[in-house]
Design a protein around this ligand. Structure first.
Ligand code: AR6
Length: 181
């Protein structure tokens, strides 16, 4: 298993190469959803398939959501307690895409705090179907999470799960730049 981590405040920020639906030790996983909170492809498809059909029934009651917004549901057949669904920005269409992407991470963390969750796993939001280049998205994701860590009370572990080796390397590069004095 490939993993890098740094401590900051009272929490730990990890970058992992793996699958978002296999994070059984996390209270909550984050879905890179579509506005209608329907099944979809990529992360959303994998999460809905693993959680079962009840997820779409519950989630779609809270739809539609706007870029940057986050909502929470149960996790059904997944081993986690909850799923947080965020809508990432479509690159160069949902403007300003950098602010909207950062908001996905901070709004998801706010929901974790509200629900007193300790461990949260994120995918690399918007870097698939929504076309955000990973070399631009990775610094936003990692720096936004890092900067939020000193204000966290409940959340102790934030894990960014990368599906491809190249995405993992991009995120680790940013993580290491933060821990280098
Ligand atoms: N675990 C972790 N990461 C994954 C997994 C997985 N199982 N599967 C894919 N990725 P995407 P978006 C990576 O497209 O860009 C959907 O159809 C993937 O390699 O899932 O926010 C929704 O319904 C990429 O790096 O999300 C929306 O319509 C990253 O997760 C739309 O796509 C995000 O890819 C959302 O697009």
């Amino acid at each position: 298993m490939k993993k890098e981590q740094i401590l900051h405040g009272k929490a730990c920020l990890e970058v992992l190469l793996g699958d978002i639906v296999k994070q059984a030790d996390m209270d909550v996983i984050v879905n890179a959803a579509n506005a209608f909170l329907r099944i979809g492809g990529g992360v959303a498809g994998a999460i809905h398939r693993a959680a079962g059909p009840e997820l779409e029934k519950e989630a779609s009651k809270q739809a539609p959501i706007k870029p940057g917004e986050a909502v929470i549901t149960a996790a059904f057949d997944l081993p986690n307690k909850h799923i947080i669904h965020v809508l990432g920005p479509v690159y160069e269409r949902d403007i300003p895409h950098d602010i909207l992407l950062a908001r996905c991470y901070t709004n998801a963390l706010a929901l974790c705090e509200e629900h007193q969750l300790k461990g949260v796993a994120f995918p690399a939001i918007s870097t698939g179907a929504f076309g955000y280049p990973v070399e631009e998205a990775a610094p936003i994701a990692i720096e936004t999470l890092y900067n939020a860590m000193t204000d966290l009370n409940s959340v102790k572990t934030i894990r960014l799960v990368c599906f491809a080796e190249r995405d993992y390397e991009e995120h680790v590069k940013v993580l290491k730049s933060l821990s280098t004095p």
